[in-house]
Write a protein that binds this ligand. Structure first.
Ligand SMILES: Nc1ncnc2c1ncn2[C@@H]1O[C@H](COP(=O)(O)OP(=O)(O)O)[C@@H](O)[C@H]1O
Ligand SMILES: [Mg+2]
Length: 253
C-alpha cells in the first residue's frame, strides 16, 4: 500500500504518518516512512533522537550532482531529468524500531515552474517509491503535494488529508482535494485530528466538501507530551493510537 498524508502545517500529518507506520509494522508489513515535507520532523515523531546524521536528500549536493549530471553551484546547465534513484531507498534509509525512514528535504524555489536538479531527483525518487517498491510507503507531505506528478499519483492508493476542527485547515483540505482531482489520485479521504467533542466531528464532516471521513483522533495531552519528550506518539498516547488503529482498519479493508 502507498499512502500520502497531506494538509495544513501543524494539523498532525507527521503524528499520523509516524503512528500509522508503527501500526503497519506491528501487523507485519515492511514500512518505508518518507519525510516529504520540508517542514516536517518525521524522524522525531518516530522517536529517533539522534538527528545529527540525517542530511535530507536534497541537501546531499554531491549526490544530486552525481545523479543528475549537474555541477554544484551552477545554474542553467543541462542535467538529466531521469536520474538513477532505485538504489537510494536501500542505501539512504535509516531504521528505527523496525521502520525505515528517509528525509527528502526542501527545494529552493525558483520562478514559476522551476526545474532544478534537486527537484528532479526528489520527484524521480518519489516516483520510484510509489511505483516500484514493495513495502508499505507512507509519504508525509506538505499541502502543495510538491513531488507528486500525474504518473506517480496513479500509484497512490490513498491520500489522507488531515484537518483540525478549524476554518483555516479545512480551507486547506478543500484546496488539497482540488489538487488531488487534478493529479488523478483515486482515493482521497479525511482524518479529523485534535477533536474534542461531537460538535468538532460534525464541523469537520460538514466542511470537507463531501470527502469521506476515515476517522477522528482526539485532542490528547499525551500527544503533546510525546512531542515534548521526543518520544513516539505510538509509545506515549494510547488514545491517539487507538484512533489510528481504527483508521488503519478502514484503510486496509
Ligand atoms: N491529537 C493531538 N492532540 C494534541 N496535540 C496534537 C495532536 N496531534 C498533533 N498534535 C500536536 O500538534 C503539533 C503539530 O503536529 P504535527 O504532527 O507535527 O503536524 P504537521 O505534521 O501537520 O505539521 C505537534 O506539537 C503535535 O504534538
Ligand atoms: Mg509535519
Amino acid at each position: 500500500m502507498k499512502l500520502a498524508v497531506s494538509g495544513k502545517g501543524g494539523v498532525g500529518k507527521t503524528t499520523l504518518s509516524a503512528t500509522l507506520a508503527y501500526i503497519f509494522k506491528e501487523r507485519g508489513a515492511k514500512v518505508l516512512a518518507i519525510d516529504a515535507d520540508p517542514d516536517a520532523n518525521l524522524a522525531g515523531a518516530l522517536g529517533f533522537t539522534d538527528l545529527s546524521g540525517l542530511t535530507p536528500i536534497s541537501e546531499m549536493t554531491e549526490l544530486v550532482a552525481e545523479r543528475t549530471g549537474s555541477k554544484p553551484g551552477t545554474y542553467g546547465t543541462f542535467f538529466s531529468i531521469n536520474p538513477k534513484v532505485d538504489d537510494l531507498p536501500d542505501t539512504m534509509a535509516k531504521e528505527i524500531n523496525g521502520v525505515k525512514f528517509m528525509t527528502l528535504g526542501g527545494v529552493k524555489k525558483g520562478g514559476g515552474g522551476c526545474i532544478c536538479p534537486e527537484s528532479v531527483l526528489l520527484k524521480s525518487l518519489v516516483m520510484n517509491l510509489v511505483l516500484a517498491r514493495d513495502e508499505v510507503v507512507i509519504l508525509d507531505m506538505e499541502a502543495g503535494l510538491e513531488h507528486l506528478g500525474r504518473a506517480t499519483s496513479t500509484g497512490v492508493d490513498a491520500l489522507i488529508v488531515v484537518t483540525e476542527p478549524g476554518q483555516r485547515s479545512l480551507e486547506t483540505a478543500r484546496v488539497v482535494k482540488k489538487l488531488c482531482a487534478d493529479l488523478g489520485i483515486k482515493r482521497v479521504c479525511v482524518v479529523g485530528n485534535k477533536v474534542r467533542n461531537q460538535s468538532d466531528r460534525d464541523f469537520i464532516a460538514q466542511n470537507v466538501a463531501g470527502l469521506p471521513v476515515l476517522g477522528f483522533i482526539p485532542y490528547a495531552d499525551s500527544v503533546v507530551d510525546a512531542d515534548r519528550l521526543g518520544l513516539a506518539v505510538f509509545e506515549k498516547s494510547p488514545e491517539a493510537v487507538a484512533a489510528c488503529r481504527e483508521i488503519y482498519e478502514k484503510l486496509v479493508n
